[in-house]
Structure formats: C-alpha cells, structure tokens
Write a protein of this length. Structure first.
Lengths: 839, 128
C-alpha cells in the first residue's frame, strides 16, 4: 500500500480567493442572477413544498365536499377544477420538482463534486418551474382553472366540450413545468456520469445517485412524449390541427397512449428516487452495508425499463385486443420482481443490522408497510378481469395514494428528516418527529383505507357528490376525518422545521454516523464545497476509508492541482464514466441574469399563446434572443480558465481543461438533447402510424418524391460537411470555416426546398387528422433544421472570429452531432411520410 | 509490436460492457413494441401472419437476450485483490457490469417469454 501523502494546506490568500469565487450572489439582483446549486435547490424545495401545501388544501376542500352525501359545499364545476389542479399540482409541481431540488442539493455532495455541470440550467429550471406553477394557479384568478382531469382525456378536453381557456392553462402551464424537468434531468445525467469524485467507479456510486441517474434518463424518455402530446392537444384546441378529433379521422385513444406512455413511467420516476433515499437511510440506521448492492442497482435499472411497458394497463377498459392486454399484464407482473427484490433487500438489511429507530427510519418503516399494500393492490389492478371491475372507482384512488403517498411522500419525509440537518445545520426535534410520523401514518390509513371499500361498493372517481343511504356515508366521513388528521401531521412537520431552525440542536458534519460523502462536509455545507476533492476507494468511504486523500503519485499531483484551486474561476473535476479516472477540469459558469431572462421570455411566449396575443409572442421571441446572447457569449471567467489551463495538452497529468470536443460537458449535454429530439421523433412517428390506420391515404400526397428526396440528400450531405469541418478543427486552416459554411448552406437549402415543395394545397390539417400527422412529421424536421442552422451559425462565428479557441471547437463537435441527427431524421421522416403510405 | 492479449486477459471494451448491461432490457423493449405493432397491424388489416410473427419475434428476442446474457457472463473478470487498498474495493467496474448484465438478461428473457405466450392462449383480435 502506498503511504498517504498529506497534501499541503493551501495558502490562506488562495483559500480566501477560492471561497470568494464560489460565494453566492447578494441582494435582490444577485438573487435573480444566482446559479449556485445550494441556494437554488433551497428555493426549489421551498417552492415545491408550497405547492404541496396548496395541493393539500385543494384535497381538503374536496374531502369536505365528500364528507357527507348530497353536500352543496362545492358545485360540480368547482369540484372538477379542484381534482384537476390537485392531481396536476402533486404530480408536476410538487413531487418531481421536489425530488429534483433534493437531487440538485445532494448530488454534488454525494458525488464529491463542487457543483452541477450546468448551473445556468439549474437556475433556468427553477425559474421556469416557478413561472409555470404561477401560470397554472393564476387560472383561479380568472375563474378558469383547468377542469378536465390531470390526464386531460380527449374528447372531453377538445375545444368542443371544454370551450373556455381552462385546459389551455393546463396544456401550456404544464409544458413550462416539463421543460424545467427536462433541463434538470440533462443536468443530473451529465453530473452523475462525468463529475464524480476521483475513484468513484460506477459500482462505488451511492444508490441515490444510481436512482437519480435512472430517473433522469426516464424523464427524458417519458416527459418528451407528453410535451409532444400537449403540443398536439393545444394545436387541436386552437383549431389548427385535428389529431384527436374523431369527426376528422383523429384518434382520441392516441391521446391516452401518449399520456400514459408518460404517465406510468412517471409513477416510477417518483418512486425510484424515493427508493434511493430509503436505501441510504436503511443502511445508515441499520449500521451495516445494504444487502446486495448489485441487486439493488439492478432493481433500479430493471424497474426503469419495465415501467415503460406498463402504460396500457391504464387502458384495459378501452377495448384493445386481448393479446395486446396480455403483453402489458405480463409487464405489470414482471415489475413486481425488481420491486420485490428491493423490498426484501431493505428488510434483510434491517434484519441483519442493528437498527436505530430514529424518525427517518420510522418513516421508512411506514413506507415499507404502505408501499407493500399499494404494490399488492397494484398487482390486483394489473390483472385485466379485476381492473374491469375496479376501474375508475375509489379502489383506484386508494391504490395510487398508497403507492404515491406511501411509496413517495413517506420516503421524502424520511429523506427530509435525514438530510435537513445537512441543509440547515440543525437537527429536527426527535419527539416532534415521532409524533409527526405516527399522526401521518395513522391518519393516512384512516383517510385512504376505507376508499378500497367504497370503491368496491361502486363509488366512482371524480364525482362531486353521492346519494345518501347507499353505504358510502360513513366510509366517506371516515376518509374526510383521516384527511384532516393527515394534514395535521404535515403541520407538525412544518412546526418541527420552524422550531428546530431556532432551537434545534446544532448538527455536526455527520450526525447520523453515515457512510457517504455528503457527511464529510460541514452542516450546512459552504458555497465553496469540497475545497479538496475527495478520493474514493470504497463503496462506503466514510465507514471504510481512513481518509479521503489520494495515495498514488499521479493522483496526488492531480488532486493537488484542485486543492482550493482554481482560485479565480469555478472549476470542477471531470472523470471517466465507468472508472471515475480523473480526466480534466471543467469550467463551471458563474452568476448571470440569462437563465432568469430566458424563463421570463418563455413565460411571455406561453402567455401569448394562451390569449393569442401576437405582441406578447413577439416580445417573448425577442427576449429569448437576448437571453440566448447572454447565455452563449463567452464568460470572462471562462477566458481566464483558458488562459490558465489552455496551454495544457491532452492527457491527465496535468489535467487539461474540459473543452474542445467530447471531453467537454457541453458535448454530453448535446447527446442528451438529441435523445430528447429522438424521443419526440419516435412519438411523432408512432402518432402518424396510429392516425394513418384505416382508409388508404397515399393518394393525397404528391406523386413525385423527387423534391423531398432531394431535401433529404442535402441534409445527408450536411453531415459529411460537418464531419469534414470537425476533422480539420484546431489546425488553424480555413477548412473548418468552409466545412461549417457548407453545412449551413446545405441545411438552409434543405429547409427551403422542403418548405417550398410541401403539398400545402392537398393537405388540410385543420380538418384532416392524417394531414395533421404529416404536418407534425415534416414540421418536426423543419424545427430540427432550424436548430441545426442556429448551432452551425454559432460554430461559424467561432471559426471565423477565433479559429484556435477550443470553445469554438466544442461548438463544431456539437454541430457534427446535430447534423448527424438532422440527416438521419430527415431520412426517417421521408421514409415514413412519402414512402410508407405506398407500401 | 506487443503480442495479442490472450482471451482470459482481454479487457472488455466500454461498448461491449454497455451491450452486456443494457442489451437484454433493450431487447425486451423492442419485443414489446414490435409485438404490439404486429397485433395492431394484424387486427387493423386482417393480416393472418400477425400471430406467427409475434411468436417468431418472441423466440428470436428471447434467444438473443439469452445470448447477450451469456456474452455478459463471459465479459466478467475476476476481481483484483491482494493489497489493503483493494480490500475495500467491490471489484472492477467491468465485472460489476458484466454480472449485472447477465442477471438482467435472465430477468428480461423471462419477461419476453411471459409477454410472448399470450397469443397461445388468447384470440388475437377479440376486443376485450
């Protein structure tokens, strides 16, 4: 074993400068410019919790209404608005954002890195989420809150049956929140794959990080179809298309497919992070390593996959063929295996450990009980015959609340009791915590267990009242009492947080004696976290390692390079994906108003779309351009980084700056972005084929495929041009300029040709669903081409203005990726739209 | 020129590890999408070949998933042990991914077969 080399303490002035560089911005403007993960995550959590409280109030109002038969406390329309906003709030404005907020805060600490890779994206996600939430809730001010259910089934939500702007608020507000979720997901994927502590190989990674990695990938593949679907619904509602209008050949069931392709994975998008939290708590409070780490990881991965094969089990009563239902029943049963493995893993860990029954573990115990009940009723409704009986009854309401509150909210509260001392520096009160747990646990069951019975007795969901004397009166009254008791439990938590902030015992660095890296920093952690980047040699670094210092000479040198350094700009370690071998130092952007500006611009665009106000749309568009300029203009700190490290050649000793191509985090972000586009393309293609079923439609397209084929050829040539440009990048020659210019010209020509030769006269998307599907496919390609044009233009500007600057080289590499995707998607769209109808 | 590495000493590449780890789950997803598409096609157009096509797809996907499982198992390498540092080490990441891939292959082969047996017991197009 190599001897530990104690690293030199950084000079006081270096340390001071380092801390100053990472410090958060002060003042009101500073708050708007803030990009540090810690303050943003705190705001995110507070905002998410505020929406949780709002959603809870809506639920209580509904329970008052249902507390007695034939009640007139609420009318039917208001009740519709409340259950729609309750579901929407809890799903989109509380659970997902709150989990992302917790991950924003904890992931850098767990991974041993100083910040997330794209802090501006962190800030943008927060502002977008906040504005999206406010936008949705502002609908109450206009008496136009969404009222078509959180699932917004068509044709109920078509303009014909929902003529107000209620569902437009839902459609558009949701899109804003979805964009925030996608941004946060991209951030987490790159952080987990590229910015871990040295030595934190994939099989040494904390389970919460594994859970967030799988969750973030799932968000990419699940939220994108919903964005496409809500865009289609909104276009229908604006009268521009007819995707879901049966009278025009549209398919209402298409909406259900799209929604549940998102909606079922969404359940696991919420559950998997919760399971990650549970694993940490069980390990810590059992005082032993989790039983079978490998199987726990496999369960997370398998659950993530299988969750995408369950969506049709929400559609068992829609008349699909028996065999098709059989496929999805099989998947519904299969997902019980990885979930069961996890549950047995936690029980085995508790069984073989020495459990310390503190509040976090109590909440975990509550989770195990409630989630198991919810899981068992899930297996019941996964069976087609049972589902036919219980569908759309209160049995389902009971089932999914056991899964969502039991399986997600209880672990979140466990996580809060566990991690809040790290965030606030104060331990929450244990006695109040126990009261908090027992009140929530008992009253949760009082509220939701009777719903199993009322559902089996025949009480349907989403009814605002029921007649007296049919056996539902007492059950509903008990549920209402339980709901208020549960709210008292939540109140106890709030009380505990407020009380502990003032009078709670101060938390030391590692108050629970835990194993993972977040507990190696002070409580609360400083803005400048990990002055010295930790080195990981074990899965349980704080339990098994004597220190977090490097031992091998190369690693010692590499880490010394990051010891309170870089001091004048924000830098973080970049590692290899599998083995976490140090590879480079990434520049982490500093405070800027760009994310806030971009979020305001988006709000203006979406508000303009809501009220069809062209001026507001134009304002939003102009502001977007300003925000893009602010975002993409070179930061002075980045220039400083280049000056300090730009001279270092490729290689890991000394570490180079992570800029110039696949080594850059931006390149990885482009891969994630292309995954989003690919998912959108697949959704559009599936919609096209779904709508195209039935009468022959080929006759409506022009006979000649020459022009669209030529457009595809131009896009494919653009790939070659971009590739040619990248191969010559950095050599100072004129070639990259020529290559990028050729890429731009070829793409522009492809776009112009595609638009000019599109058969506008023969297709009427307003009255023909098939035409809508064609326009969606071709329109998608136009959007992709426009993105490529903008990216290429930025690359070209770099190639002309600073041909040797590696930042421009990164853009050129991204242009190559984007061009490759554009060319391939052009070929696919051509094959689907112009070739497949003739087959 | 260095001599070629023996089969035992060959280090698995990142690409082969990704295939080993994610191959079988991806095949399961493809099988589900393809089977659902074939059933929709068969029921929408009256094509008689849908049922045999689903069965063939199931057999092919299950065999491929098992093959990936075998491939994954062969990618694993014994953990390096021997010094105090390595005592803490859960083993090489390649071994972790390879063994994980093999276990996932077993699970997802089962899931493919579970889904693929429906046509043996149920009429293809009768509405539920």
């Amino acid at each position: 074993m190599s001897a530990t080399v104690a690293p030199a303490e950084p000079a006081p002035e270096t340390l001071e400068e380092f801390k100053k560089t990472w410090s958060s911005s002060a003042g009101f403007i500073g708050m708007l410019r803030e990009v540090n993960n810690i303050p943003i995550a705190k705001r995110y959590m507070l905002t998410g919790f505020a929406f949780f409280a709002l959603g809870g109030v809506l639920a209580l109002l509904m329970r008052i209404q249902l507390g007695s038969p034939e009640n007139t406390f609420l009318d039917a329309e208001t009740y519709n608005q409340l259950f729609t906003m309750h579901g929407t709030t809890m799903m989109f404005l509380f659970v997902i954002p709150f989990i992302e907020a917790l991950a924003n805060y904890m992931l850098p600490l767990l991974l041993g890195t100083r910040d997330l890779p794209f802090p501006r994206m962190t800030a943008f996600s927060y502002w977008t989420f906040l504005f999206g939430g406010i936008f949705l809730y502002s609908s109450f001010l206009f008496g136009a809150a969404p009222d078509g259910g959180w699932f917004a089934y068509v044709p109920l939500t078509n303009l014909e049956f929902s003529p107000g702007i209620n569902m437009d608020f839902w459609d558009i507000g949701l899109s804003v929140a979805e964009i925030a979720a996608l941004g946060a997901a991209a951030e987490m994927i790159v952080a987990i794959l590229r910015m871990r502590a040295a030595g934190m190989k994939l099989n040494r990674m904390p389970l919460f990080a594994w859970a967030m990695l799988v969750t973030a990938v799932m968000i990419i593949f699940a939220f994108t179809p919903l964005i496409v679907g809500t865009a289609m619904l909104e276009l229908d509602r604006k009268g521009l298309t007819a995707f879901f209008k049966p009278e025009s050949g549209g398919k209402p069931l298409l909406w259900q497919h799209i929604f549940w392709v998102f909606g079922h994975p969404e359940v696991y998008i919420m559950f998997i992070p919760a399971a990650g939290i549970v694993s940490h708590i069980v390990q810590t409070f059992s005082q032993r390593p989790i039983v079978s780490y490998t199987l726990m990881v496999l369960s997370i991965v398998a659950t993530g996959f299988i969750s995408f094969g369950l969506w049709v089990h929400h559609m068992f009563t829609t008349g699909l063929s028996s065999v098709a239902l059989g496929f999805f029943t099989a998947a519904s049963m299969a997902i019980a295996i990885p979930n069961g493995v996890q549950v047995f893993g936690w029980i085995a860990t508790l069984w073989s450990g020495r459990p310390v029954w503190r509040t976090p573990l109590l909440f975990v115990l509550g989770f195990l009980v409630l989630f198991t009940i919810g899981g068992l009723t899930g297996v019941m409704v996964g069976s087609v015959p049972f589902d036919w009986q219980a569908h759309d009854s209160y049995f389902l309401v009971a089932h999914f609340h056991y899964v969502l509150i039991g399986g997600v909210v209880f672990p979140l509260f466990a996580g809060l009791y566990y991690w809040l001392p790290k965030v606030t520096g104060r331990l929450l009160d244990e006695r109040l915590g126990r009261w908090n747990f027992w009140v929530m646990f008992v009253f949760f069951n009082v509220a939701f267990f009777p719903m199993h019975v009322s559902g089996l007795l025949g009480m349907p969901r989403r009814v605002y009242t029921y007649p007296a004397g049919i056996g539902l009166d007492t059950l509903n009254l008990i549920s209402t009492i339980g709901a208020f008791g549960f709210a008292v439990g939540i109140g106890l938590f709030v009380l505990n947080v407020i009380w502990s902030r003032k009078r709670g015992r101060e938390a030391e660095s590692n108050p629970w004696g835990s194993d993972s890296l977040e507990w190696s920093e002070t409580s609360p952690p400083p803005d400048a976290q990990f002055v010295r980047i930790p080195v990981v040699r074990s899965r349980l670094p704080l339990w098994e390692q004597q220190d977090l210092l490097p031992h091998e000479p190369t690693l010692v040198r590499q880490m010394e390079d990051l010891n309170a350094r870089p001091a004048r700009w924000r830098g973080a370690l970049v590692v290899s994906t599998l083995d976490a071998t140090p590879m480079a130092i990434a520049h982490v952007p500093t405070s800027t108003i760009a994310p806030f500006t971009m979020a305001v611009a988006f709000l203006a665009i979406f508000a303009g779309a809501l009220v069809d106000e062209v001026l507001m749309l134009a304002f939003g568009g102009a502001l977007t351009a300003v925000a893009l300029f602010l975002w993409f203009r070179p930061q002075s700190s980045e220039t400083l980084a280049l000056r300090e490290l730009g001279g270092r050649g490729p290689g890991a000793d000394p570490l180079q700056l992570a800029v110039g191509g696949p080594i850059a985090n931006g390149w990885w972000a482009m891969l994630v972005f292309l995954s989003v586009l690919a998912t959108a393309l697949v959704t559009t293609i599936a919609s096209f084929f779904y709508i195209s079923e039935g009468p022959a439609v080929a006759a409506r397209l022009p006979r000649s495929i020459l022009e669209p084929g030529l457009s595809v050829l131009l896009s494919l040539l653009a790939i070659a041009a971009a590739d040619w440009a990248v191969r010559r990048v950095g050599r100072g020659a004129a070639a990259p300029k020529v290559g990028l210019a050729a890429t731009w010209l070829l793409s522009a020509a492809a776009l112009a040709l595609s638009i000019a030769t599109f058969p506008w006269a023969t297709l009427d998307p307003k009255r023909d669903a098939y035409a809508s599907a064609v326009v969606a496919m071709v329109g998608f390609q136009w959007i992709v081409l426009i993105i490529l044009l903008v990216t290429t233009a930025i690359g070209l500007l770099w190639a002309i203005g600073a041909p040797r600057d590696p930042r421009g080289h990164t853009v050129a590499h991204n242009v190559r990726l984007m061009a490759a995707f554009t060319g391939l998607s052009a070929a696919v769209v051509f094959a689907v739209v112009y070739v497949s109808p003739g087959l | 020129m260095s001599p070629p590495a023996s089969r035992e000493n060959r280090v698995p590449t990142s690409r082969s590890l990704v295939l080993a780890f994610l191959g079988a789950p991806t095949l399961w997803a493809l099988h589900l999408a393809l089977s659902y598409f074939l059933v929709s096609l068969g029921c929408g157009t009256g094509w008689d070949g849908a049922k045999p096509a689903v069965i063939v797809a199931t057999i092919l996907c299950a065999v491929a998933a098992m093959a990936i499982g075998l491939f994954a198992w062969k990618q694993r390498k014994p953990a390096r042990r021997g010094n105090a540092e390595a005592e803490l080490d859960p083993g090489p990441v390649s071994e972790f991914l390879a063994i994980s891939g093999a276990v996932l292959a077993v699970l997802f082969t089962g899931a493919i077969i579970m889904a693929g047996i429906s046509p043996f017991f149920l009429p293809l197009c009768s509405p539920s």
